[in-house]
Ligand binder design. Structure first.
Ligand code: UT7
Length: 339
């Protein structure tokens, strides 16, 4: 009974991000596989991405981003009572990355879990975090999106269609009850269309067929991401506007009411296509795919942190964050900035 509280709004009270120092340019990739700076820039907008040094894991990047988010919220790790970690590149098959991060944060028995919703994981995290705080179950949640994808990439001609896209990084936010009832997460809507789960993913290790992993799975590249790029592209440019319109309709808002549009960074062409189709002015969008490539679940919190540090976020601004990813999963979150 004691934990039931009336919380109208859940705000983002801190943000942080971390990327490894090693920059990998398109030219560097073109030395090890049949690709070019021109192809990657024209087709995706990516100029460079970051790769971790050997031995650096998802929980290491997540820790750095979390510490920065805690500092901007004026909190210590022990003030957190639940940890959500969205990732498609966990450091082990199990236990989840949350356990490793929880220990590195110096927490004793604080609870948490991993979210497996791929590039949409951060939007799902906002949905879960809002519900868990609004219900009175928890007071302060650390939500992290983190990816260490570079070790799984097939850096050969065979893997060039996906290897050119992905990078490593982490972003974190703190979720707490909003002090101003007008601020905070207004609405989150997510979807899955599982029938397309085979269009993007890493196949092995897998229990299917009764074999966990065989040497030929490694030799055939079955342990690296595989994607039907055009199919994914078509669905992304359809589903993202659809879910944005669902959120706008639910909130009685229209496109000009939004101050900042943050899209998942899978391909600059996807985001330009959506912005053009919906009449979104380019100055109300912000992209970082040029610097980091596709950082999957880490993308949205990294964008948010960069915008906060650039002074782009003013109290009362409406931010629409939208993602699409493997599964297929997609979703959109409307947040009014401020504590
Ligand atoms: O984050 C999760 C969601 N992911 C997405 O939303 C990604 C959606 N898909 C895409 O962004 C694009 O489909 C890609 C960037 C992956 C590919 O761009 P595309 O314009 O759809 O190219 P394509 O797959 O149709 O390939 C065109 C050509 C092919 O050669 P041919 O068959 O025309 O001779 C590919 O083999 O480009 C070739 N190609 C490359 N060439 C140089 C594929 N990857 C590369 C590469 N460098 N890295």
């Amino acid at each position: 009974m004691a934990r039931v509280r009336e919380i109208s709004q859940v705000a983002i009270t801190g943000t942080g991000m971390a990327v490894p120092p090693r920059i990998v340019t398109n030219d560097e990739l073109s030395k090890i596989m049949d690709t070019s700076d021109e192809w990657i820039r024209q087709r995706t907008g990516i100029e460079e991405r970051r790769y971790v040094a050997p031995g650096v894991s998802a929980s290491d990047l997540a820790l750095e981003a979390s510490q920065k988010a805690l500092a901007t919220a004026g909190l210590n790790a022990t003030d957190i009572d639940f940890v959500l970690v969205a990732t498609l590149s966990p450091e082990q098959y199990f236990p989840g990355t949350c356990s490793f991060l929880q220990a590195k944060l110096g927490l004793s028995t604080t609870s948490g879990l991993d979210i497996r919703a791929q590039c949409s994981g951060f939007v799902y995290g906002l949905e879960m975090g809002q519900a868990l705080i609004a219900s009175g179950q928890y007071k302060r949640i650390l939500l992290v999106g983190v990816e260490v994808q570079s070790p799984a990439l097939d850096l050969t001609d065979r893997g060039r269609d996906t290897a050119a896209l992905f990078g490593d990084g982490a972003g974190a936010v703190i979720l707490e009850a909003a002090k101003n009832p007008k601020h905070g997460i207004q609405r989150v809507i997510t979807h899955i269309e599982g029938k397309h789960a085979d269009k993007l993913g890493v196949q092995y290790p897998s229990a299917i067929g009764g074999v966990w992993i065989k040497p030929e799975h490694i030799a055939d590249g079955g342990v690296s991401p595989k994607m039907d790029g055009r199919f994914v592209f078509k669905h992304a440019v359809t589903r993202m506007p659809e879910v944005i319109n669902e959120v706008l309709l639910d909130q009685g808002l229209s496109v000009p009411d939004i101050d900042l549009w943050l899209f998942h960074q899978a391909n600059l062409r996807i985001n330009e296509h959506i912005a053009q189709g919906m009449g979104i002015p380019v100055e109300k969008t912000y992209n970082n795919i040029q610097k980091y490539g596709n950082t999957s679940a880490a993308t949205l919190p990294m964008l948010l942190d960069e915008c906060r540090r650039d002074g782009r976020l003013k109290d009362g601004d409406r931010i629409m964050m939208t993602a699409f990813g493997a599964g297929f999963t997609w979703g959109s979150a409307l947040v009014t900035w401020g504590k």
